[in-house]
Design a protein around this ligand. Structure first.
Ligand SMILES: NC(=O)C1=CN([C@@H]2O[C@H](COP(=O)(O)OP(=O)(O)OC[C@H]3O[C@@H](n4cnc5c(N)ncnc54)[C@H](O)[C@@H]3O)[C@@H](O)[C@H]2O)C=CC1
Ligand SMILES: O=C(O)C(=O)COP(=O)(O)O
Length: 528
């Protein structure tokens, strides 16, 4: 497996990937065509904020399994394109939170006390003591836009330094805000009350430019700190507001275009403190995010849950051993049901009975969908299967019941077109031995493996002989067989496990016998 790393990450992460036996290529200067070249044979891509992971990257990287973002913000990654291509996107949402919060606090003080400006003048030999009369944070009001992980850590720190806290975040509960001593207010009130405003939202279409000229005008005499993302605060508007004295100052760590151009208006204003996106730049944070991403890549390569996957169903690590065997079973049941069904699938129902109904089965349902879609799509997996269902207008339902008549756990995947439907049920014998135990209403006992032939026939003498002869004449070896019938002389279902596929004309020969109702050849393709 090859891991391409295109932004610098801590050695601890690189070492962990190498120890896992992967080839690790670091290429910190690639972009455009050279990035597409470098990623073409990669199975994982590790980035920070410096690499734009566009749709073209996914198109150029057919073997890509995961993009790991060694940090929080994923605005540089086209997650929809990743999902379309079945690629997991994962970030490291915890490792640099404190670093970002501390940098925010430092930047608030830096602008309130003009520390960088005084530093530069003193280094130039100027004792400008009389020019700097700063502002205390103590007793002032801090407005926090975005009270998530970083915003909350900032609230704790600046709250304990004597600031009053107001916050605007439409997606956070009142209770959590109260625990932090912050009053949740609307956006306008947040701006009006804030002596210092700090921004901690992600960059999204909703947040882009949310603080521009009109909003800054509500903050007369205040300070703005942006350690979240460039583009949330409009750069020309902020530069103008500080320049013309509407604001007393600002501190900015992040920019709409990075690295910044020399003519960025924020660089030209004396009372704006700037740092080159250093919020996450501490040893501890970098080590933490790099190892977190390395661990998630190892998990992805081993088909284990990826802890911080943003576009794939996740499973709690402790529940994974209980759920894991059902992932493949559901996929197999989905493959069988889809291949047995003649119509156009418009509904998929995944039903969980018995013990499995107690578990978080989101991943299992996604795997069932993968099985259903596999004959239709060449690159389908649990990441993109739910989206494919949605795009095709296929209704997916999940049912759970603790009751199970005959099995400790039973997973049934039913596909239908609104009129007809076919279901395949799987169970695990002795805990880990997968079996198909019901097919289209018939009780069967089939090992889901390789090539299968499912024959619906009338229960008459000589039928099994006929099938055996046709298969033998075509050099198809029967590895196993199960015959299930409802009533003597009625309809029956016979399931064969075969070592080879059956030629089409042999399937036709069986189908034309008057004792045969239908024949379906099913390829499971997991006979390794
Ligand atoms: N300067 C740096 O080096 C760093 C910057 N960051 C930036 O900080 C951002 C926040 O990180 P976390 O706090 O970990 O993310 P988070 O997801 O925990 O918190 C974001 C908060 O913003 C809120 N939000 C979303 N849309 C909003 C809107 N329109 N108005 C108000 N609030 C809104 C959300 O409800 C959420 O509570 C990241 O997305 C990243 O861009 C993070 C780490 C380091
Ligand atoms: O984690 C984040 O969102 C950050 O902004 C840190 O970015 P970086 O990893 O330093 O490019």
């Amino acid at each position: 497996m090859k891991v391409l790393v295109t932004d610098p990450i801590a050695d601890a992460g690189l070492d962990r990937l190498r120890e896992a036996g992967y080839e690790v290529e670091t290429a910190y200067d690639v972009e455009g065509e050279s990035l597409l070249d470098a990623v073409s044979d990669a199975n994982a891509l590790v980035v920070r904020s410096g690499t734009d992971v566009t749709e073209a990257v996914f198109e150029a990287a057919p073997d890509l399994v995961i993009v790991g973002r060694a940090g929080i913000g994923v605005d540089n990654i086209d997650i929809d394109a990743a999902t379309d291509h079945g690629v997991i996107v994962a970030n490291a949402p915890e490792g640099n939170v404190r670093a970002a919060a501390e940098h925010t606090v430092a930047m608030a003080f830096a602008t309130a006390r003009s520390i960088p400006q005084a530093h530069v003048r003193l280094r130039a030999g100027e004792w400008a003591k009389g020019d700097y009369l700063g502002t205390e944070l103590n007793g002032k009001t801090l407005g926090i836009v975005g009270l998530g992980r970083v915003g909350q850590e900032v609230a704790k720190r600046l709250g304990s330094l004597g600031m009053e806290l107001v916050a605007y975040d439409p997606y956070i509960g009142q209770e959590r805000a109260e625990q932090l001593g912050a009053e949740l207010v609307d956006f306008e009130a947040c701006l009006e009350h804030a002596d210092f405003l700090t921004v901690h939202t992600p960059l999204t279409p909703e947040t882009e430019g949310m603080i521009a000229e009109d909003e800054l005008a509500l903050m007369e005499g205040g300070y703005v700190v942006n350690c979240a993302r460039g583009g949330v605060v409009d750069e020309p508007a902020l530069a103008a507001a500080v320049e013309d004295g509407t604001l007393a100052g600002a501190a900015v760590d992040v920019f709409a275009d990075e690295p910044v151009d020399a003519d960025n208006p924020l660089l030209a204003v004396e009372d704006i403190v700037v740092t080159p996106h250093l919020g996450a730049a501490t040893e501890a944070a970098q080590e933490h995010v790099a190892t977190s991403i390395a661990d998630q890549i190892v998990a992805a390569f081993n088909d284990e849950p990826v802890a911080n996957a943003l576009n794939a169903p996740s499973i709690d690590e402790s529940a994974f051993p209980r759920v894991q065997p059902y992932i493949e079973l559901a996929e197999t049941a989905g493959k069988i049901a889809a291949q047995m069904f003649d119509g156009r699938v418009s509904e998929v129902r995944v039903r969980y009975e018995g013990d499995i109904a107690d578990e978080d089965v989101e991943f299992v349902t996604a795997s069932a969908l993968k099985g259903v879609f596999e004959p239709l799509e060449w690159q389908v997996n649990a990441v993109n299967a739910p989206k494919i269902a949605e795009e095709r207008g296929i209704e997916v339902t999940e049912e759970k019941t603790r009751q199970s008549e005959d099995f400790q756990s039973l997973v049934t995947v039913t596909v239908g077109d609104g009129t007809d439907s076919i279901g395949a049920s799987g169970s695990l014998f002795a805990g880990d031995d997968p079996r198909i135990v019901r097919l289209d209403g018939y009780r069967v006992d089939a090992v889901p493996h390789g090539q299968m032939l499912v024959v619906r026939n009338y229960d008459r003498p000589g039928v099994l002989g006929l099938i055996g002869t046709v298969l033998g004449d075509n050099d198809v070896n029967i590895a196993g067989m199960f015959n299930g019938r409802e009533t003597v002389g009625g309809e029956a279902m016979t399931v064969y496990n075969l070592d080879e596929p059956v030629p089409d004309d042999a399937v036709e020969q069986i189908r034309t016998d008057e004792r045969i109702i239908d024949v379906k050849q099913i390829t499971l393709g997991n006979d390794d």
